[in-house]
Design a protein around this ligand. Structure first.
Ligand SMILES: Nc1ncnc2c1ncn2[C@@H]1O[C@H](COP(=O)(O)OP(=O)(O)OP(=O)(O)O)[C@@H](O)[C@H]1O
Ligand SMILES: CC(C)(CO)[C@@H](O)C(=O)[O-]
Ligand code: BAL
Length: 475
Protein backbone atom coordinates (compact mmCIF):
# COMPACT_ATOMS: atom_id res chain seq x y z
CA UNK A 1 0.00 0.00 0.00
CA UNK A 2 1.18 3.54 -0.80
CA UNK A 3 1.97 5.19 2.53
CA UNK A 4 3.84 8.33 1.57
CA UNK A 5 3.25 10.89 -1.19
CA UNK A 6 2.51 9.31 -4.55
CA UNK A 7 3.44 10.40 -8.07
CA UNK A 8 -0.26 10.13 -8.95
CA UNK A 9 -0.92 13.04 -6.58
CA UNK A 10 -2.54 13.21 -3.17
CA UNK A 11 -5.29 10.82 -2.09
CA UNK A 12 -8.63 12.66 -1.99
CA UNK A 13 -10.57 12.01 1.20
CA UNK A 14 -14.01 13.43 1.87
CA UNK A 15 -15.20 11.78 5.09
CA UNK A 16 -13.87 12.11 8.63
CA UNK A 17 -13.61 8.38 9.35
CA UNK A 18 -11.44 7.67 6.30
CA UNK A 19 -9.28 10.70 7.08
CA UNK A 20 -8.72 9.53 10.64
CA UNK A 21 -7.96 5.97 9.48
CA UNK A 22 -5.46 7.31 6.92
CA UNK A 23 -3.59 9.32 9.57
CA UNK A 24 -3.66 6.58 12.17
CA UNK A 25 -2.24 4.07 9.75
CA UNK A 26 0.69 6.37 8.94
CA UNK A 27 1.33 7.23 12.56
CA UNK A 28 1.23 3.54 13.50
CA UNK A 29 4.16 3.13 11.11
CA UNK A 30 6.07 5.86 12.91
CA UNK A 31 5.47 8.37 10.14
CA UNK A 32 4.98 11.93 11.32
CA UNK A 33 1.89 13.74 10.00
CA UNK A 34 2.04 17.47 9.20
CA UNK A 35 -1.24 19.27 8.58
CA UNK A 36 -1.99 22.43 6.58
CA UNK A 37 -5.61 23.58 7.06
CA UNK A 38 -6.90 25.88 4.31
CA UNK A 39 -10.08 27.19 2.80
CA UNK A 40 -8.81 26.40 -0.70
CA UNK A 41 -8.19 28.66 -3.71
CA UNK A 42 -4.61 27.78 -3.14
CA UNK A 43 -1.83 30.24 -3.87
CA UNK A 44 1.91 30.47 -3.23
CA UNK A 45 1.24 31.44 0.40
CA UNK A 46 -0.49 28.09 0.98
CA UNK A 47 2.21 26.25 -0.96
CA UNK A 48 4.85 27.87 1.25
CA UNK A 49 3.08 26.25 4.24
CA UNK A 50 3.10 22.92 2.38
CA UNK A 51 6.86 23.28 1.86
CA UNK A 52 7.41 23.96 5.57
CA UNK A 53 5.23 20.91 6.28
CA UNK A 54 7.32 18.70 3.99
CA UNK A 55 10.40 19.79 5.93
CA UNK A 56 8.85 18.56 9.15
CA UNK A 57 7.13 15.28 8.39
CA UNK A 58 6.96 12.35 5.98
CA UNK A 59 3.20 12.69 5.57
CA UNK A 60 1.60 16.00 4.59
CA UNK A 61 -2.17 16.42 4.76
CA UNK A 62 -3.86 19.55 3.37
CA UNK A 63 -7.50 20.29 4.14
CA UNK A 64 -9.74 22.37 1.93
CA UNK A 65 -12.91 23.46 3.65
CA UNK A 66 -14.68 26.81 3.53
CA UNK A 67 -15.85 26.82 7.12
CA UNK A 68 -19.31 28.40 7.41
CA UNK A 69 -19.11 29.09 11.13
CA UNK A 70 -16.37 31.69 10.78
CA UNK A 71 -18.42 33.85 8.42
CA UNK A 72 -20.99 36.32 9.71
CA UNK A 73 -24.27 36.37 7.75
CA UNK A 74 -23.21 39.64 6.12
CA UNK A 75 -19.83 38.32 5.04
CA UNK A 76 -18.59 36.71 1.85
CA UNK A 77 -19.22 32.99 2.50
CA UNK A 78 -21.15 32.61 -0.78
CA UNK A 79 -18.64 34.59 -2.82
CA UNK A 80 -15.55 33.03 -1.23
CA UNK A 81 -13.51 31.62 -4.15
CA UNK A 82 -13.83 27.85 -4.56
CA UNK A 83 -11.78 25.92 -7.10
CA UNK A 84 -11.11 22.43 -5.81
CA UNK A 85 -10.04 20.94 -9.17
CA UNK A 86 -7.46 23.65 -9.70
CA UNK A 87 -6.31 23.25 -6.07
CA UNK A 88 -5.79 19.51 -6.56
CA UNK A 89 -3.81 20.20 -9.72
CA UNK A 90 -1.57 22.64 -7.84
CA UNK A 91 -0.98 20.18 -4.99
CA UNK A 92 -0.16 17.38 -7.42
CA UNK A 93 2.27 19.68 -9.23
CA UNK A 94 3.85 20.74 -5.93
CA UNK A 95 4.36 17.08 -5.00
CA UNK A 96 4.97 15.61 -1.57
CA UNK A 97 1.36 15.92 -0.36
CA UNK A 98 -0.05 12.55 0.70
CA UNK A 99 -3.71 13.42 1.22
CA UNK A 100 -6.20 16.22 0.71
CA UNK A 101 -9.14 16.26 3.09
CA UNK A 102 -12.14 17.91 1.43
CA UNK A 103 -15.19 17.34 3.64
CA UNK A 104 -18.52 18.43 2.28
CA UNK A 105 -19.91 19.53 5.63
CA UNK A 106 -18.24 19.14 9.01
CA UNK A 107 -21.29 20.13 11.02
CA UNK A 108 -24.91 19.05 10.75
CA UNK A 109 -24.84 15.47 9.42
CA UNK A 110 -22.26 14.29 11.94
CA UNK A 111 -24.17 16.10 14.63
CA UNK A 112 -27.35 14.17 13.78
CA UNK A 113 -25.42 10.93 13.76
CA UNK A 114 -23.81 11.68 17.11
CA UNK A 115 -27.12 12.52 18.77
CA UNK A 116 -28.64 9.26 17.55
CA UNK A 117 -31.15 10.91 15.23
CA UNK A 118 -29.60 9.54 12.13
CA UNK A 119 -31.60 10.24 9.02
CA UNK A 120 -30.15 9.69 5.62
CA UNK A 121 -32.61 12.19 4.22
CA UNK A 122 -31.57 15.00 6.54
CA UNK A 123 -27.92 14.16 5.94
CA UNK A 124 -28.40 14.42 2.22
CA UNK A 125 -30.30 17.68 2.62
CA UNK A 126 -27.66 19.17 4.87
CA UNK A 127 -24.89 18.03 2.58
CA UNK A 128 -26.60 19.69 -0.36
CA UNK A 129 -27.22 22.90 1.49
CA UNK A 130 -24.13 25.07 1.47
CA UNK A 131 -25.57 28.11 3.21
CA UNK A 132 -23.78 28.93 6.43
CA UNK A 133 -26.88 29.06 8.62
CA UNK A 134 -28.56 25.89 7.33
CA UNK A 135 -25.51 23.67 7.60
CA UNK A 136 -24.53 24.66 11.12
CA UNK A 137 -27.78 25.48 12.93
CA UNK A 138 -27.70 22.27 15.00
CA UNK A 139 -24.17 22.83 16.19
CA UNK A 140 -23.89 23.76 19.87
CA UNK A 141 -20.34 23.12 21.05
CA UNK A 142 -17.89 25.97 20.57
CA UNK A 143 -14.24 26.61 21.34
CA UNK A 144 -13.16 30.10 22.23
CA UNK A 145 -9.89 31.72 23.22
CA UNK A 146 -11.73 34.61 24.82
CA UNK A 147 -9.12 37.31 25.47
CA UNK A 148 -7.23 36.79 22.24
CA UNK A 149 -10.40 36.97 20.16
CA UNK A 150 -11.46 40.45 21.15
CA UNK A 151 -8.87 42.85 19.73
CA UNK A 152 -7.93 43.47 16.08
CA UNK A 153 -10.13 41.39 13.71
CA UNK A 154 -12.36 40.38 16.63
CA UNK A 155 -13.85 43.87 16.73
CA UNK A 156 -15.40 43.65 13.26
CA UNK A 157 -15.73 39.85 13.20
CA UNK A 158 -16.91 39.03 16.76
CA UNK A 159 -17.70 35.34 16.08
CA UNK A 160 -14.94 34.72 13.58
CA UNK A 161 -12.33 33.22 15.92
CA UNK A 162 -14.91 31.08 17.69
CA UNK A 163 -15.71 29.57 14.29
CA UNK A 164 -12.02 29.18 13.42
CA UNK A 165 -11.04 27.64 16.77
CA UNK A 166 -14.01 25.25 16.63
CA UNK A 167 -13.34 24.01 13.11
CA UNK A 168 -9.60 23.70 13.73
CA UNK A 169 -10.38 21.73 16.90
CA UNK A 170 -12.59 19.41 14.82
CA UNK A 171 -9.93 19.12 12.10
CA UNK A 172 -7.23 18.34 14.68
CA UNK A 173 -9.46 15.58 16.11
CA UNK A 174 -10.05 14.12 12.65
CA UNK A 175 -6.57 14.43 11.15
CA UNK A 176 -4.71 13.85 14.44
CA UNK A 177 -1.56 15.56 13.16
CA UNK A 178 1.80 15.78 14.95
CA UNK A 179 2.39 19.27 13.65
CA UNK A 180 0.09 21.89 12.08
CA UNK A 181 1.20 24.90 10.06
CA UNK A 182 -0.49 28.30 9.92
CA UNK A 183 0.49 31.52 8.20
CA UNK A 184 1.54 34.64 10.09
CA UNK A 185 -0.59 36.66 7.67
CA UNK A 186 -3.49 35.60 9.90
CA UNK A 187 -1.44 36.39 13.00
CA UNK A 188 -4.32 36.61 15.46
CA UNK A 189 -5.71 33.30 14.18
CA UNK A 190 -2.28 31.71 14.72
CA UNK A 191 -2.15 32.96 18.32
CA UNK A 192 -5.72 31.78 19.01
CA UNK A 193 -4.93 28.29 17.71
CA UNK A 194 -1.59 28.05 19.52
CA UNK A 195 -3.38 29.00 22.74
CA UNK A 196 -6.23 26.55 22.11
CA UNK A 197 -3.82 23.69 21.39
CA UNK A 198 -1.81 24.41 24.53
CA UNK A 199 -4.71 25.00 26.90
CA UNK A 200 -6.82 22.08 25.63
CA UNK A 201 -3.83 19.68 25.62
CA UNK A 202 -3.75 18.85 21.95
CA UNK A 203 -0.68 16.79 21.14
CA UNK A 204 -0.04 19.03 18.14
CA UNK A 205 2.82 21.45 17.62
CA UNK A 206 1.31 24.60 16.09
CA UNK A 207 3.88 26.33 13.91
CA UNK A 208 3.66 29.83 12.42
CA UNK A 209 5.15 30.42 8.96
CA UNK A 210 6.29 33.78 7.49
CA UNK A 211 4.01 35.84 5.27
CA UNK A 212 4.50 35.03 1.60
CA UNK A 213 4.36 38.21 -0.50
CA UNK A 214 4.13 38.91 -4.22
CA UNK A 215 7.24 40.70 -5.52
CA UNK A 216 5.49 44.08 -5.25
CA UNK A 217 4.84 43.49 -1.54
CA UNK A 218 1.18 42.47 -1.52
CA UNK A 219 0.56 39.59 0.89
CA UNK A 220 -0.85 36.58 -0.96
CA UNK A 221 -4.47 35.96 -0.03
CA UNK A 222 -7.32 33.95 -1.57
CA UNK A 223 -9.46 37.06 -1.35
CA UNK A 224 -7.10 38.97 -3.67
CA UNK A 225 -8.94 37.12 -6.46
CA UNK A 226 -12.16 38.90 -5.45
CA UNK A 227 -10.74 42.40 -5.96
CA UNK A 228 -12.44 44.52 -8.63
CA UNK A 229 -10.31 45.85 -11.45
CA UNK A 230 -7.89 48.53 -10.28
CA UNK A 231 -8.28 47.63 -6.59
CA UNK A 232 -5.14 45.49 -6.42
CA UNK A 233 -3.06 48.61 -7.04
CA UNK A 234 -4.81 50.34 -4.13
CA UNK A 235 -4.22 47.29 -1.92
CA UNK A 236 -0.47 47.75 -2.39
CA UNK A 237 -0.89 50.66 0.02
CA UNK A 238 -1.06 48.15 2.90
CA UNK A 239 2.41 46.66 2.50
CA UNK A 240 3.78 50.08 1.55
CA UNK A 241 2.35 51.51 4.79
CA UNK A 242 3.77 48.68 6.91
CA UNK A 243 7.20 49.14 5.33
CA UNK A 244 7.08 52.86 6.14
CA UNK A 245 6.32 52.06 9.78
CA UNK A 246 9.14 49.50 9.86
CA UNK A 247 11.56 52.06 8.38
CA UNK A 248 10.50 54.63 11.01
CA UNK A 249 11.33 52.18 13.82
CA UNK A 250 14.53 51.11 12.10
CA UNK A 251 15.57 54.79 12.04
CA UNK A 252 15.19 55.23 15.81
CA UNK A 253 18.26 55.59 17.99
CA UNK A 254 18.81 52.83 20.53
CA UNK A 255 16.80 53.71 23.63
CA UNK A 256 14.51 56.18 21.82
CA UNK A 257 10.84 55.39 21.51
CA UNK A 258 7.97 56.46 19.30
CA UNK A 259 4.28 56.59 20.18
CA UNK A 260 2.30 53.66 18.77
CA UNK A 261 -0.38 56.14 17.65
CA UNK A 262 2.18 57.97 15.47
CA UNK A 263 2.99 54.77 13.56
CA UNK A 264 -0.68 53.73 13.38
CA UNK A 265 -1.57 57.14 11.92
CA UNK A 266 1.23 56.80 9.38
CA UNK A 267 -0.13 53.41 8.29
CA UNK A 268 -3.74 54.58 8.25
CA UNK A 269 -2.99 57.67 6.15
CA UNK A 270 -0.88 55.69 3.67
CA UNK A 271 -3.55 52.99 3.20
CA UNK A 272 -6.18 55.70 2.70
CA UNK A 273 -4.00 57.66 0.31
CA UNK A 274 -3.80 54.57 -1.90
CA UNK A 275 -7.59 54.25 -1.83
CA UNK A 276 -8.30 51.66 0.90
CA UNK A 277 -11.00 52.01 3.56
CA UNK A 278 -9.32 51.23 6.87
CA UNK A 279 -11.08 48.79 9.22
CA UNK A 280 -8.40 49.03 11.91
CA UNK A 281 -4.71 49.72 12.44
CA UNK A 282 -3.33 48.64 15.80
CA UNK A 283 0.00 48.19 17.52
CA UNK A 284 0.02 45.24 19.92
CA UNK A 285 2.26 42.99 21.95
CA UNK A 286 3.06 40.06 19.63
CA UNK A 287 2.23 37.46 22.28
CA UNK A 288 -0.74 38.81 24.23
CA UNK A 289 -2.12 40.99 21.40
CA UNK A 290 -2.70 43.72 23.98
CA UNK A 291 -2.25 47.28 22.77
CA UNK A 292 1.15 48.87 23.32
CA UNK A 293 1.61 52.61 23.77
CA UNK A 294 5.18 53.01 22.57
CA UNK A 295 7.57 51.25 20.27
CA UNK A 296 11.33 50.89 20.66
CA UNK A 297 13.92 49.60 18.22
CA UNK A 298 15.03 46.76 20.45
CA UNK A 299 11.58 45.46 21.40
CA UNK A 300 9.29 43.54 19.11
CA UNK A 301 5.73 44.79 18.59
CA UNK A 302 3.17 43.82 16.00
CA UNK A 303 1.44 46.35 13.81
CA UNK A 304 -1.68 44.88 12.21
CA UNK A 305 -4.02 46.33 9.64
CA UNK A 306 -7.29 45.43 7.93
CA UNK A 307 -8.73 47.43 5.05
CA UNK A 308 -11.64 47.17 2.64
CA UNK A 309 -11.52 47.39 -1.16
CA UNK A 310 -14.15 47.16 -3.87
CA UNK A 311 -15.13 43.60 -4.81
CA UNK A 312 -15.79 42.37 -8.32
CA UNK A 313 -19.14 41.24 -6.91
CA UNK A 314 -21.41 44.25 -7.13
CA UNK A 315 -22.06 46.00 -3.81
CA UNK A 316 -19.58 43.82 -1.86
CA UNK A 317 -16.26 44.71 -0.31
CA UNK A 318 -13.11 42.66 0.05
CA UNK A 319 -11.41 42.84 3.42
CA UNK A 320 -7.65 42.26 3.38
CA UNK A 321 -5.39 41.89 6.39
CA UNK A 322 -1.63 42.19 6.84
CA UNK A 323 0.86 42.78 9.66
CA UNK A 324 4.51 43.31 10.42
CA UNK A 325 6.70 42.80 13.44
CA UNK A 326 8.47 46.09 14.20
CA UNK A 327 11.62 46.27 16.27
CA UNK A 328 13.70 43.25 17.24
CA UNK A 329 14.76 40.98 14.41
CA UNK A 330 11.67 39.89 12.47
CA UNK A 331 8.76 37.61 13.30
CA UNK A 332 9.01 34.34 15.25
CA UNK A 333 8.17 32.48 12.02
CA UNK A 334 10.97 34.25 10.18
CA UNK A 335 13.36 33.43 13.00
CA UNK A 336 12.24 29.79 12.94
CA UNK A 337 12.53 29.59 9.14
CA UNK A 338 16.00 31.11 9.34
CA UNK A 339 17.02 28.67 12.06
CA UNK A 340 15.88 25.74 9.89
CA UNK A 341 17.76 27.15 6.91
CA UNK A 342 20.95 27.52 8.95
CA UNK A 343 20.52 23.99 10.30
CA UNK A 344 20.00 22.57 6.80
CA UNK A 345 23.02 24.45 5.46
CA UNK A 346 25.15 23.20 8.32
CA UNK A 347 23.98 19.65 7.58
CA UNK A 348 24.91 20.12 3.92
CA UNK A 349 28.32 21.54 4.87
CA UNK A 350 28.98 18.60 7.18
CA UNK A 351 27.97 16.19 4.41
CA UNK A 352 30.22 18.01 1.94
CA UNK A 353 33.13 17.92 4.37
CA UNK A 354 32.55 14.21 4.82
CA UNK A 355 32.39 13.74 1.02
CA UNK A 356 35.61 15.69 0.52
CA UNK A 357 37.40 13.57 3.08
CA UNK A 358 36.04 10.36 1.57
CA UNK A 359 37.04 11.54 -1.90
CA UNK A 360 40.60 12.34 -0.76
CA UNK A 361 40.91 8.90 0.86
CA UNK A 362 39.59 7.13 -2.23
CA UNK A 363 41.83 9.15 -4.52
CA UNK A 364 44.87 8.25 -2.39
CA UNK A 365 43.83 4.60 -2.43
CA UNK A 366 43.33 4.68 -6.19
CA UNK A 367 46.75 6.25 -6.66
CA UNK A 368 48.27 3.54 -4.52
CA UNK A 369 46.40 0.80 -6.37
CA UNK A 370 47.00 1.82 -9.95
CA UNK A 371 50.38 3.42 -10.43
CA UNK A 372 51.90 3.19 -13.90
CA UNK A 373 54.16 0.25 -14.42
CA UNK A 374 57.54 0.79 -12.76
CA UNK A 375 56.31 3.70 -10.68
CA UNK A 376 58.14 2.60 -7.59
CA UNK A 377 61.31 2.90 -9.61
CA UNK A 378 60.40 6.42 -10.58
CA UNK A 379 60.04 7.44 -6.93
CA UNK A 380 63.46 6.15 -6.11
CA UNK A 381 64.73 7.87 -9.19
CA UNK A 382 63.27 11.21 -8.13
CA UNK A 383 64.63 10.84 -4.61
CA UNK A 384 68.04 10.09 -6.01
CA UNK A 385 67.83 13.04 -8.35
CA UNK A 386 67.30 15.44 -5.46
CA UNK A 387 70.47 14.23 -3.76
CA UNK A 388 72.67 14.44 -6.85
CA UNK A 389 73.90 17.89 -7.77
CA UNK A 390 73.21 18.65 -11.41
CA UNK A 391 76.62 19.30 -12.90
CA UNK A 392 75.63 20.01 -16.38
CA UNK A 393 72.84 19.34 -18.81
CA UNK A 394 73.17 16.71 -21.45
CA UNK A 395 71.50 16.57 -24.80
CA UNK A 396 68.92 14.07 -26.04
CA UNK A 397 71.54 12.28 -28.07
CA UNK A 398 73.62 11.66 -24.99
CA UNK A 399 70.62 10.62 -22.93
CA UNK A 400 71.90 7.12 -22.31
CA UNK A 401 71.62 4.84 -19.33
CA UNK A 402 75.31 5.33 -18.76
CA UNK A 403 74.94 9.12 -18.69
CA UNK A 404 71.99 8.92 -16.32
CA UNK A 405 73.76 6.51 -14.02
CA UNK A 406 76.61 8.91 -13.82
CA UNK A 407 74.36 11.44 -12.10
CA UNK A 408 73.56 13.67 -15.04
CA UNK A 409 70.03 14.40 -16.12
CA UNK A 410 68.63 15.13 -19.47
CA UNK A 411 66.58 18.19 -20.20
CA UNK A 412 66.04 17.27 -23.82
CA UNK A 413 62.65 16.04 -24.91
CA UNK A 414 62.57 12.64 -26.48
CA UNK A 415 62.09 12.57 -30.18
CA UNK A 416 58.31 11.92 -29.94
CA UNK A 417 57.75 15.64 -29.42
CA UNK A 418 55.48 15.95 -26.40
CA UNK A 419 53.25 18.94 -25.84
CA UNK A 420 50.33 19.83 -23.66
CA UNK A 421 47.20 18.27 -25.15
CA UNK A 422 49.10 15.30 -26.60
CA UNK A 423 47.28 12.08 -25.92
CA UNK A 424 49.02 8.93 -24.81
CA UNK A 425 48.45 5.43 -23.48
CA UNK A 426 50.05 4.21 -20.31
CA UNK A 427 50.44 0.62 -19.19
CA UNK A 428 49.46 0.02 -15.59
CA UNK A 429 50.53 -2.95 -13.57
CA UNK A 430 47.46 -3.25 -11.36
CA UNK A 431 45.27 -4.02 -13.20
CA UNK A 432 47.60 -4.75 -16.08
CA UNK A 433 45.87 -2.65 -18.65
CA UNK A 434 46.41 0.28 -21.00
CA UNK A 435 44.80 3.57 -20.03
CA UNK A 436 44.49 6.66 -22.20
CA UNK A 437 45.37 10.05 -20.86
CA UNK A 438 46.26 13.54 -21.98
CA UNK A 439 49.36 15.58 -21.21
CA UNK A 440 48.32 18.62 -19.20
CA UNK A 441 51.74 19.88 -18.10
CA UNK A 442 55.34 19.17 -18.90
CA UNK A 443 58.45 20.10 -17.00
CA UNK A 444 61.82 20.86 -18.59
CA UNK A 445 63.17 17.81 -16.79
CA UNK A 446 60.91 15.59 -18.89
CA UNK A 447 58.27 14.88 -16.26
CA UNK A 448 54.78 14.92 -17.76
CA UNK A 449 51.66 15.59 -15.78
CA UNK A 450 48.83 13.64 -17.37
CA UNK A 451 45.10 13.30 -16.70
CA UNK A 452 43.47 9.90 -17.22
CA UNK A 453 40.29 9.83 -19.35
CA UNK A 454 38.71 7.11 -17.27
CA UNK A 455 38.57 8.89 -13.91
CA UNK A 456 40.10 12.36 -14.36
CA UNK A 457 42.89 11.48 -11.91
CA UNK A 458 46.14 13.36 -12.51
CA UNK A 459 49.50 11.61 -12.37
CA UNK A 460 53.14 12.25 -13.18
CA UNK A 461 55.09 10.21 -15.68
CA UNK A 462 58.82 10.57 -16.09
CA UNK A 463 59.93 10.25 -19.67
CA UNK A 464 63.47 9.60 -18.44
CA UNK A 465 62.68 6.33 -16.74
CA UNK A 466 64.19 3.31 -18.47
CA UNK A 467 60.90 1.57 -19.23
CA UNK A 468 59.19 4.73 -20.50
CA UNK A 469 59.16 3.54 -24.10
CA UNK A 470 57.67 0.15 -23.31
CA UNK A 471 55.04 1.41 -20.86
CA UNK A 472 53.98 4.70 -22.49
CA UNK A 473 52.85 5.24 -26.07
CA UNK A 474 52.05 8.61 -27.62
CA UNK A 475 48.93 8.58 -29.79
N1 LIG B 1 0.54 35.03 2.08
C1 LIG B 1 0.54 34.06 2.96
N2 LIG B 1 1.69 33.71 3.56
C2 LIG B 1 1.70 32.71 4.49
N3 LIG B 1 0.62 32.03 4.85
C3 LIG B 1 -0.55 32.34 4.28
C4 LIG B 1 -0.65 33.36 3.31
N4 LIG B 1 -1.93 33.44 2.91
C5 LIG B 1 -2.61 32.52 3.61
N5 LIG B 1 -1.78 31.86 4.43
C6 LIG B 1 -2.15 30.84 5.39
O1 LIG B 1 -2.78 29.76 4.74
C7 LIG B 1 -3.68 29.14 5.64
C8 LIG B 1 -5.00 29.01 4.98
O2 LIG B 1 -5.51 30.31 4.76
P1 LIG B 1 -6.76 30.61 3.85
O3 LIG B 1 -7.15 29.39 3.10
O4 LIG B 1 -7.76 31.33 4.62
O5 LIG B 1 -6.12 31.55 2.76
P2 LIG B 1 -6.03 33.09 2.77
O6 LIG B 1 -5.27 33.48 1.59
O7 LIG B 1 -5.61 33.54 4.11
O8 LIG B 1 -7.51 33.48 2.54
P3 LIG B 1 -8.22 34.82 2.89
O9 LIG B 1 -8.23 35.57 1.64
O10 LIG B 1 -9.53 34.31 3.33
O11 LIG B 1 -7.50 35.49 3.99
C9 LIG B 1 -3.75 30.05 6.87
O12 LIG B 1 -2.92 29.50 7.87
C10 LIG B 1 -3.18 31.33 6.36
O13 LIG B 1 -2.58 32.12 7.37
C1 LIG C 1 -7.65 27.95 9.68
C2 LIG C 1 -8.79 27.89 8.69
C3 LIG C 1 -8.54 26.82 7.66
C4 LIG C 1 -10.03 27.48 9.45
O1 LIG C 1 -11.14 27.45 8.61
C5 LIG C 1 -9.01 29.25 8.04
O2 LIG C 1 -9.36 30.19 8.97
C6 LIG C 1 -7.86 29.69 7.20
O3 LIG C 1 -7.78 29.20 6.09
O4 LIG C 1 -7.03 30.52 7.64
N1 BAL D 1 -7.60 33.35 6.31
C1 BAL D 1 -8.61 33.43 7.29
C2 BAL D 1 -9.92 33.04 6.78
C3 BAL D 1 -10.94 34.11 6.81
O1 BAL D 1 -10.59 35.30 6.81
O2 BAL D 1 -12.12 33.82 6.80
Amino acid sequence: MQLGPSAAGPVEITDAASMRAFSRERRARNQKVAFVPTMGSLHEGHLSLVRHAKDRAQIVVVSIYVNPTQFAPTEDFEEYPRQNKEDLRKLKEEGGVSAVFMPKNLYAPRNNRDSGTESSESEAEAEDDDTAAASTSDHQTWVSACKLERPLCGKTRPKFFRGVATVVCKLFNIVEPDVALFGEKDYQQLRVIQTMARELDFAVEVVGCPIFRVADGLAMSSRNALLAEGERKKALGISEALSKAAAAVEGLNEGDEVGAHVLCNLVRSTVEKYGGRVDYVDMVDERTLRRVKTVRKAKRSLIAVAAFYRSKHEGQEVRLIDNKVLGGEGSPGEARALKRKVRNLERELRARDHLERENAELRAKLNRMSRPFGFEGMHKYQAARKSIPVKTEISAEKNTAAARNSGFWTVARPSEGTHVGRRMRVLYDQPRQWFTCEVIKESPQGVLTVRYDADGVEDEIDMNKPDFKSTCKFL
